[in-house]
Design a protein around this ligand. Structure first.
Ligand code: MG
Ligand code: MG
Length: 267
């Protein structure tokens, strides 16, 4: 069942979604070789709690941490650990917050030190595909229009692998609501988009094959060929015109540019 949001509910949701971006931006200065992913998780969790919110992921179906941290060949749902960041790593950080009865959910992938040109391109193209998908997300279009725009750019045009098993989703009082938002599909197919729908759009794109495998921790998803995977996620509200992007990368990108330990993948 799809829960359409009123303008009042959107105003509350925007606060949750922006808080996720602020949590990302707050952690960016700490991203450098030597910090462990558990330390990153702890900093994010403290930031969320200090801002009167709760981490959405903690205890969600038993997930044990506040954040999902997926390194390199990990696609999504990775566990924070003692692993310390090193030059050439990429780290996908997925953060969810629950505040005033609504969730925000946004992921971003960071490149530590210098990464290969291939990986840099993967990050750039994945982020571009997110915006190309969002550009199709407007009332009267269909889910398949979003999905197709993402797949065309990443798979058809750039030869990357689009993960099939994991998809975007509706967002609201629940972290995962209907409908599902795949990152592959036919133009003009699927559910019709209507005003008031809130969607988390989140391309998960692999440098190599699209196939994935599951680690036996019950959560972590890896690429089958162990090549790198990237993940960017925005929360959007459908309107008659351009989608209203509730989350924001603005502060994250500013913080990224100020951190000499990061390579950013855009101009
Ligand atoms: Mg997420
Ligand atoms: Mg999500």
């Amino acid at each position: 069942m799809i829960h359409y949001k009123s303008p009042q509910e959107i105003a509350i949701m925007r606060e949750s979604c922006l808080l996720v971006g602020a949590a990302h931006a707050a952690i960016v200065p700490f991203l450098k070789p030597g910090i462990s992913t558990l330390q990153i998780n702890q900093l994010v969790e403290t930031f969320i709690l200090d801002n009167g919110a709760k981490p959405s992921f903690k205890n969600y179906h038993g997930f044990p941490f506040a954040t999902c941290i997926s390194m390199n060949e990990a696609v999504v749902h990775g566990f924070p650990s003692e692993y310390e960041l090193k030059d050439g790593d990429i780290i996908s950080l997925d953060i969810g917050v629950y505040k005033n009865g609504f969730h925000g959910d946004s992921a971003y992938t960071y490149a530590i030190g210098s990464v290969t040109e291939d990986v840099k391109k993967l990050l750039r193209v994945t982020k571009e595909s997110l915006y190309l998908g969002i550009d199709k997300a407007r009332a009267g279009n269909r889910i398949g229009d979003i999905a197709n725009a993402i797949q065309e750019h990443t798979e058809k045009k750039n030869g990357f692998g689009v993960v099939r098993e994991m998809v975007g989703h509706g967002l609201g009082r629940d972290l995962h609501e209907d409908p599902q938002v795949p990152n592959y599909g036919k133009r003009g197919s699927g559910l019709k988009l209507k005003e008031g729908m809130v969607l988390a759009v989140e391309p998960m794109i692999n440098l190599g094959v699209k196939d994935i495998v599951h680690l036996n921790d019950g959560w972590t998803v890896l690429t089958k060929d162990r090549k790198t995977s990237a993940h960017f996620e925005h929360d959007i509200c459908i309107t008659k015109g351009e989608a209203d992007v509730l989350s924001s990368f603005y502060e994250i990108e500013l913080a990224e540019k100020k951190n000499p330990n990061l390579t950013w993948s855009y101009e």
